[in-house]
Design a binder for this molecule. Structure first.
Ligand SMILES: Nc1nc2c(ncn2[C@@H]2O[C@H](COP(=O)(O)OP(=O)(O)OP(=O)(O)O)[C@@H](O)[C@H]2O)c(=O)[nH]1
Length: 341
C-alpha cells in the first residue's frame, strides 16, 4: 500500500542583515536582489523611525515582495509583528525562494535569530542561513568600545562584511580587521566597497552556528529567557531597551518642492553643529525644477545626495528621517520647513 504521508515542504532559507546605522545594509540588499535575478526574494524591512524611507530605496524593479515593519525595532518592541509577518510570508511560500530580513541599525540580531530558531510555529518553516553583519569601516572604531550594540552585532555574525573600505586607508583597514577577528574569530570577514561582494558567499553560506551562539549565551533557547513581560529579551540582550531609549528619531513629511540651496545650507549647518549626535539621516526630497526624486544619506558628518526615480504623476513631497541623540524636534521641523521653495 502506498503511504499517504504529506510531503514536507523545504524550509525557507533566511538571511539576517544587520550592522550599524548607515553601514550599507540596504546597499547590500539591492546588490543581492539585482545580481541574483534568477532568485525570487521576500524581504522584511525594519526601520527605527516614525516614517519609512528604506522602502523607497529598495530596487523593486526586480520584483521582490517587501514587508515593511516601521516605528520600532524587531529585536524588542515589535517582535510580535515579526512573528506575524513571518507567518503571513509563509502563506505565500511558493512565490519566492529566499527571505532576507534587514534589521534596523539599532537591532540586536540575537532576538531576531531566536524567533526563527525557537518560536515553535516557525522552526519547521524557516531555516536560518546566516547572520550577516555590515561594518562601516569609516565609523566603526568610533562606536566599537562605547556602544555594546555594535560589538554584539559583530560578535553574533556568521559573516562580517567590512564595507566602505574606500573611506579608509590600508593601515586603518588592517587595524579594523584584527579587531574584528579578536572579537569574532569564527566569522568569515568579507571586504567590500559599496557592498559589492560575491552574493553566493552570503546566500549559500549555511553558516548560522547555533553551537557558537550557545557558547556565548547558554540560555539562548530557554523559553523563559526568550521574552519578559514587556516583550523585550533577557539574557545576553537585556541592555537593548536602555540603549534604544537614549536614541530617538524625528520623521518629517512636507508636501511641495524644496529649494536645493536652502536644503544644502540647512544640512551643512545641521551636520556641522550636531553631526556627533546625528547617527543617521536619510530622506527622499522633491527639489524645485528637478524631475527626479533626490535621495540624501548621512552618517554623522558624512553626507551624500543622488538622483533616484522620477516623480512622474506621484504627488511631490519631501520626507526626512533623523536618528540620533538630543534631537530637538521643533527646531528640526522648522529648519526643514524653511527649505521650502
Ligand atoms: N563611500 C561609500 N559609501 C557607501 C558604501 N556603501 C554604502 N554607502 C553609502 O552609505 C549610505 C548608507 O548606506 P545604506 O545601505 O543605506 O546603509 P544602511 O545600513 O542600510 O542604513 P540604515 O538603514 O540607516 O541602518 C548610502 O548613501 C550608501 O550609498 C561604501 O562602501 N562606500
Amino acid at each position: 500500500m502506498v503511504s499517504k504521508k504529506p510531503i514536507k515542504k523545504k524550509p525557507i532559507p533566511v538571511t539576517i542583515l544587520t550592522g550599524g546605522l548607515g553601514a550599507g545594509k540596504t546597499t547590500l540588499l539591492n546588490h543581492i536582489i539585482t545580481s541574483r535575478s534568477e532568485t525570487r526574494f521576500a524581504i522584511i524591512e525594519n526601520e527605527f523611525g516614525e516614517i519609512g524611507i528604506d522602502q523607497d530605496l529598495i530596487d523593486e524593479t526586480q520584483g521582490p515582495t517587501v514587508v515593511e515593519l516601521s516605528d520600532g525595532c524587531i529585536c524588542c518592541t515589535i517582535r510580535n509583528d515579526l512573528v506575524k509577518a513571518l507567518s503571513e510570508i509563509y502563506e505565500h511560500r511558493d512565490e519566492f525562494d529566499s527571505l532576507i530580513i534587514e534589521t534596523t541599525g539599532l537591532a540586536e540580531p540575537g532576538p531576531v535569530a531566536q524567533v526563527l530558531i525557537a518560536e515553535p510555529e516557525l522552526t519547521e518553516k524557516f531555516k536560518l542561513n546566516a547572520v550577516v553583519t555590515l561594518v562601516d569601516a569609516e565609523y566603526v572604531m568610533k562606536h566599537i568600545d562605547t556602544e555594546e550594540i555594535v560589538s554584539n552585532q559583530i560578535g553574533f555574525a556568521d559573516i562580517i562584511v567590512l564595507n566602505k573600505l574606500d573611506r579608509v586607508d590600508e593601515i586603518s583597514s588592517q587595524a579594523i580587521r584584527s579587531r574584528l577577528t579578536e572579537m569574532n574569530a569564527q566569522a568569515n570577514i568579507v571586504l567590500s566597497e559599496h557592498a559589492r561582494i560575491d552574493t553566493e558567499a552570503v546566500l549559500s553560506a549555511d553558516g548560522f552556528s547555533l553551537d557558537r551562539v550557545l557558547e556565548l549565551d547558554p540560555d539562548f533557547l530557554a523559553p523563559e529567557q526568550r521574552q519578559n513581560s514587556t516583550g523585550s529579551f533577557m539574557g545576553l540582550f537585556d541592555r537593548v531597551p536602555s540603549y534604544h531609549d537614549e536614541i530617538s528619531s524625528v520623521g518629517i513629511v512636507i508636501p511641495g518642492d524644496l529649494d536645493d540651496q536652502k536644503v544644502e545650507m540647512w544640512l551643512t549647518f545641521l551636520t556641522m553643529f550636531q553631526g556627533e549626535d546625528i547617527l543617521r539621516l536619510k530622506g527622499v526630497l522633491s527639489i524645485s525644477g528637478k524631475e527626479e526624486r533626490f535621495v540624501i544619506q548621512g552618517v554623522h558628518t558624512t553626507l551624500t545626495g543622488s538622483d533616484a526615480m522620477p516623480w512622474g504623476d506621484a504627488a511631490r513631497e519631501s520626507r526626512i528621517l533623523i536618528i540620533g541623540r538630543l534631537l530637538d524636534r521643533p527646531m528640526l521641523e522648522k529648519g526643514f520647513k524653511n527649505c521650502l521653495a
